[in-house]
Each structure stands twice: as C-alpha cells, then as structure tokens.
Design a binder for this molecule. Structure first.
Ligand SMILES: NC(=O)c1ccc[n+]([C@@H]2O[C@H](COP(=O)([O-])OP(=O)(O)OC[C@H]3O[C@@H](n4cnc5c(N)ncnc54)[C@H](OP(=O)(O)O)[C@@H]3O)[C@@H](O)[C@H]2O)c1
Length: 237
C-alpha cells in the first residue's frame, strides 16, 4: 500500500487530496492544526486514513510527529498548508492589504513562516521516511503568483515572495535530494474555488487535485526542479 502525508488536510486542496488518495486505496496521514467535520467524516470511510495534529509553523510539533512516524515509509510528501496573508481569500481586500505602501511586516513574517519555513522543516524532518519508500517524492504547493515572469500586475508582496521562495527552495531540494533517488518539485495547483481561491476562481478543486495527482504520478528525473502546473504544463520562473 502506498503512503501519502498531507499538511493542511482539513479543508481546501488538502482535504481534496486526502479524499482522492484515500479513495484510490492509499494510506493517508492527514495532518491539520485542527480537524473538520469533513476530515473526520473521511476517517469513518477509510480505515487507512489517520488524522494527526500538525501546525507547520510549530517546529517542535513537526519534530514530534516525525519521531512518531519514524518507521513509516512515505511515498509522497505533500506540503500543501499555506496562507495568503491576514486576509484569507484572494480578492480586492487581500490585494489592497498587500499593495506597495501597505505591507505589514509581522504579517509577512507569518506568511513566510507558514509557506516557506513550514515545508522546509517538514521535509527535513520526514526525509528519511521518504527515502525509505518506493516512490520517494516531495511536493510543495506553489502558485502562478510566485512566477517572476508571469508577474505583470505587481503587488501581492507577501504571498508572491513566499511562493517565489518555495520555487527556489524546491529547486535546491531537487538537486540536493536527487542522489538519494528523491524527486522534489513545486506544483501550481491552479486558481481554484477553495476558501483561499474564492468564488471567482476558475478551477474546480476536485479537477485541480486530479491533475496534481497525475503530475505527481508521472514525475521523473527529466522534470527535476521545474515548477509544474496541475495541467502538466511548466510554469516560467
Ligand atoms: N486556491 C488557490 O487558488 C491556490 C492557487 C495556487 C496555490 N494555492 C496553494 O495551495 C495550498 C492550499 O490552498 P487552499 O486553496 O486549499 O487554501 P485554504 O482553502 O485557505 O486552506 C489552507 C489550508 O492550509 C492550512 N494551514 C494554514 N496555516 C497552517 C499552519 N500553520 N499549519 C497547518 N496548516 C495550516 C489551513 O488549515 P486551518 O483550517 O487550520 O487554517 C487549511 O487546511 C496553499 O499552499 C496555497 O498557497 C492555492
């Protein structure tokens, strides 16, 4: 049985990942800083789905969970948990709060702590479990907002810089972990109708995650360090 560990699995993309992987017969470690009725409901349906408490901004919690799961090979590690900023939805208010002149540096630090330091710490703590698995894959969710080439509208300082950092971090990981047979990459899951994406988003979360799973399943060395979108295309840096 293949195993996936997902952060931020109580709602949005994380919940959809848990649902789809469990539905396909995978063992799922669904990590969340708080559970949700939807996630609790999944545990009743799938024996191989376990919920773990994990706040990715709290490093001792990450270390504790990694120690608890020390003997568990993890085929696919998905760093999904992420935040936009103080305002949780991609709309006018979020853009206004992240405009030039409006940047809140405490908020920026929180975004970096969750979106960048979180995946780095989680991956460092779980790398042995990934190395011990058959698939050996590490994915961190990025965004088209992290692409320098695609940035024509400016603004979005907190979120954009965090996802640009994710892209660079995953490129370094792809290089550093390749000798151990581990494939690492950043994936843009699409602009989808989650709490973060908002109701105007263009993609259905279930469709996005089916695409993401397909991209993860087909990851190979030739894609080393690229930022991949849920539809299989490559995002420019
Ligand atoms: N939706 C989009 O259009 C879109 C586009 C590109 C990239 N992404 C990326 O996809 C990922 C998931 O986004 P989403 O749309 O599903 O967002 P969402 O609906 O806002 O859900 C965010 C998830 O992250 C969790 N989370 C936040 N801070 C956390 C922390 N410190 N520790 C653990 N979990 C934490 C949340 O848990 P709580 O319930 O505890 O807050 C929630 O489960 C993010 O990395 C995001 O940047 C999303």
């Amino acid at each position: 049985m293949k195993t996936v560990l997902i952060t931020g699995a109580n709602r949005g993309f994380g919940l959809e990942l848990a649902k789809q992987y469990a539905g396909e017969g995978w063992r799922v470690h669904a990590c969340a800083r708080r559970s949700s009725p939807a996630l609790a409901g999944l545990t009743g349906l799938h024996e191989a789905l376990t919920v773990h408490r994990l706040d990715v901004a709290e490093h001792p919690e990450i270390e504790r969970l990694a120690a608890e799961l020390a003997e568990e090979p993890i085929d696919v590690l998905i760093n999904n948990a992420g935040i936009l900023g103080r305002h949780p939805t991609f709309d006018r208010q979020a853009l206004a709060e992240q405009a030039f002149g409006q940047v809140d540096f405490d908020d920026w630090q929180t975004v970096l702590r969750v979106n960048v330091f979180g995946p780095m710490k989680v991956t460092q703590c779980f790398v042995e479990q990934v190395a011990a698995s058959a698939e050996r894959k590490v994915v961190t969710f990025s965004s088209a907002m992290g692409s320098i080439a695609l940035n024509t509208s400016g603004g979005g300082y907190l979120y954009r810089t965090s996802k640009a950092a994710v892209n660079m971090m995953m490129k370094s990981m792809a290089v550093d972990l390749a000798p151990r047979g581990i494939l690492a990459c950043a994936i843009h899951p699409g602009w989808a109708r989650t709490d973060m994406g908002g109701p105007q988003a263009t993609v259905d979360p279930a469709v996005a995650i089916r695409g993401v799973r397909k991209v993860i399943a087909s990851l190979g060395r030739e894609r080393l360090g690229q930022v991949l979108a849920y539809d299989g295309t490559v995002l420019p840096d």
